[in-house]
Design a protein. Structure first.
Length: 95
């Protein structure tokens, strides 16, 4: 699982969000008792622009791991700030 998390983080850093999503999703299947793949998966989904999928993933994360609600993400697991702003603008524009 560590290899998949590392690979997902590398994909996030290079803005390859769909590849990152695949890596984090696979890691979440391999290690369902760990919150880390879900955190990466939700962030990758935001980068991909699939907000509904990200919302579902975050709900799953917070229901299964409520202690993660107040955790701050490492920059390696966040999508590019410019991409985040673009996704937020689309959400506001299209509801």
């Amino acid at each position: 699982m560590d290899c998949l998390l590392r690979l997902g983080s590398e994909f996030m850093a290079s803005r390859r969000y769909f590849r990152a999503e695949d890596s984090f999703r696979t890691a979440s299947i391999i290690a369902p008792s760990s919150p880390l793949p879900l955190i990466g998966l939700a962030s990758a989904q935001v980068g991909c622009g699939v907000q509904l999928a990200a919302a579902i993933t975050l709900r799953r994360l917070f229901v299964d791991f409520p202690e993660m609600i107040d955790v701050t993400l490492s920059p390696a697991l966040q999508c590019d700030p410019e991409r985040s702003r673009a996704v937020a603008r689309q959400c506001v524009q299209y509801g």
